[in-house]
Design a protein around this ligand. Sequence first.
Ligand code: IMP
Ligand code: ZN
Length: 306
Amino acid sequence: METFCSKLPKIELHAHLNGSLSRETLKKFGCADNDILEYNQAKQTTLDQVFDIFKIAHQATSTKQNLYESTVKVIEEFASDNVIYLELRTTPRKEADMTEDEYVETVIKALLDSESSDIMVKLILSIDRRHTYDQQVETLKTIIKYKKLYPDVVRGIDLSGDPTKGAFFRDIFEKARRNELFVAMHCAEIKNDAEVMEMFDFKPDRLGHATFIHPDFQGSAELWELYTKLQIPTDDKGVFDTTLSNEFRIVQQTFSLNKEELWKISKNTLSYSFATDRDKNVLNEKLDKWKLANIKILKHPYYICL
Ligand code: IMP
Ligand code: ZN
């Protein structure tokens, strides 16, 4: 199953750029060994500490050249894990040597330069919930500007950041929606029923995490029913020291899924993506062709060669 999960063409819809850096990339851009270790072992870290860890990656990507190369590398790593469609997300930020606009332009250039017949890559730009309302409005202006310049690349907006801090400002996301951006939102990473209700009322196109909506975590079965089309992402493959294949493997083992069910997850995940219909058709065809070429493996549980 490990080989199968690795070879299966996969769709990644939730990957934060600065959470997805590999050890090699951090090392290359001057991070100290103990910082790399801290970044890489965040699985053992509590929620209130984990958000500080991203500062390590932010140091590594603080120049245009490093940001460009890091983005190219992240895309290469997903492609070599047989991810055929990647929605990479990142929060526009300015640095001593880079404006917010230059940050976004650099990431877009890296995306365009990295696309190949193996992987299609789109961008979601994030708003950090810890920022003030005025800061969020400014970031939204940048996001809309680049959505207009690169409508085929910038597909959506995301609300992320430490869920114990900051806020969801509905009017910001309404404006984003009016500007044809799909909306993804980190939701219910902690128990916060009032905010969950506000988000549900807004109806984001996709939710991330949604942990505390589940009845097992004091959530409500009715709310859970509304968003039960699940997808498997890595979130922060560098921070959690994982790959999408590995996450598929964990889900497969936990729920005893067979190979065809795993393929179906890839297929369903594509339908929740922010890709254009034309791009979805191309990718659907790719998935169907792969299934046909591997039909024996899919139908026979013990057929392991690929
Ligand atoms: P960046 O947006 O490319 O800088 O990626 C790192 C950022 O993504 C962090 O600073 C957070 O704002 C956000 N992020 C990454 N993982 C999570 C998560 O699990 N929950 C909420 N926000 C996250
Ligand atoms: Zn996330």
